[in-house]
Design a protein around this ligand. Structure first.
Ligand code: GDP
Length: 287
């Protein structure tokens, strides 16, 4: 279920995270590797108040690997440490406690110099709904912990989960709202399934996806649906709709008179795209 974000929810979500900041040493900011900007909270810098932060680009298994590498370099240039991960299979997760500790190296070295015994690094996972927070917590914990619910109002007793000997994680993640000030962001989130289709029209979402696939991922797209030539002009809506119709015909989405059921074709296309059947894709590149 996706949250409908209203100003009151945003204020509450923000407050809930800020209340936890005093308990932790480092924030693990989870973003979707396919859309690293659109899946980030627009106020994240302000909300985290300078707390050390590790950016984890989750669902990297679905993203275009070359583009993910560009993003990691981009974040580094911006002064942030970023890693790619696939929380569902566990790939890339071993790095997380190591890097979290690395972020706090100066502090830890000072503690050691004073003769103190540094305790495990305490971390909080934050991110927008559906980005994989619960999946990541469960994987790091090695058992089922977090309820895969995403209502910001839900509160329960907080617990620390041990992740190896070097890290402890709060069992409830911080839930943040995505960036939805521009319509393209909404479409990108909808293409990946991060927001519900009822909010935007399914055919419009598929139209947006097809336009993007035609431009950047034509070969795998063509292969999957036996398409012929790419549109001459991908800014021409009629040509994009013609591609959607070809997809529909390939999948047998026909109504009386041989017309294509575009709504059905759109749902099928999005389902296959989200499941990775068209290969790995990214919807945003940094350069
Ligand atoms: P949350 O709302 O942030 O807690 O997100 P969830 O942990 O509930 O994950 C949302 C969906 O994304 C679930 O269907 C997960 O199985 C899936 N998911 C989470 N992480 C990954 C990942 O790294 N790769 C892939 N392919 N799917 C993931």
């Amino acid at each position: 279920m996706t949250i409908q974000w209203f100003p009151g929810h945003m204020t509450k979500a923000r407050r809930q995270i800020q209340e936890k900041l005093s308990l932790i040493d480092v924030v693990i900011e989870l973003i979707d590797a396919r859309l690293p900007l659109s899946s980030r909270n627009p106020m994240i810098d302000e909300i985290l108040q300078g707390k050390p932060r590790l950016i984890v680009m989750n669902k990297a298994d679905l993203a275009d690997p070359a583009v993910t590498k560009q993003w990691i370099a981009y974040f580094k240039q911006e002064g942030h440490m970023a890693v790619e991960a696939d929380a569902s299979s566990g790939v890339g997760l071993k790095e997380i406690p190591i890097l979290a500790k690395e972020l706090l190296r100066d502090k830890i070295e000072k503690q050691i110099a004073k003769g103190m015994n540094p305790r495990a690094v305490r971390a909080l996972i934050v991110g927008i709904p559906n980005v994989g927070k619960s999946t990541l917590i469960n994987r790091l914990a090695g058992r089922n912990i977090a309820a895969t619910g995403d209502r910001p109002g839900v509160t329960k007793g907080q617990q620390w989960i041990k992740v190896g000997t070097d890290m402890e994680l709060l069992d409830t993640p911080g839930i943040l709202w995505p960036k939805f000030e521009d319509q393209n962001v909404g479409y990108k989130l909808a293409v990946t399934g991060a927001i519900r289709e009822e909010i935007l029209n399914v055919e419009d979402i598929a139209f947006f996806a097809v336009k993007y696939l035609v431009r950047y991922y034509w070969e795998p797209f063509k292969e999957r649906f036996d398409l012929k030539e790419p549109p001459q002009d991908d800014e021409n809506p009629d040509e994009i709709v013609a591609v959607m119709e070809a997809v529909g015909r390939k999948r047998g989405c026909l109504v009386s008179g041989g017309r294509v059921d575009l709504e059905k074709a759109s749902s099928i296309l999005l389902r296959e795209l989200r499941a990775g059947k068209l290969g790995r894709y990214s919807l945003e590149a940094p350069y």
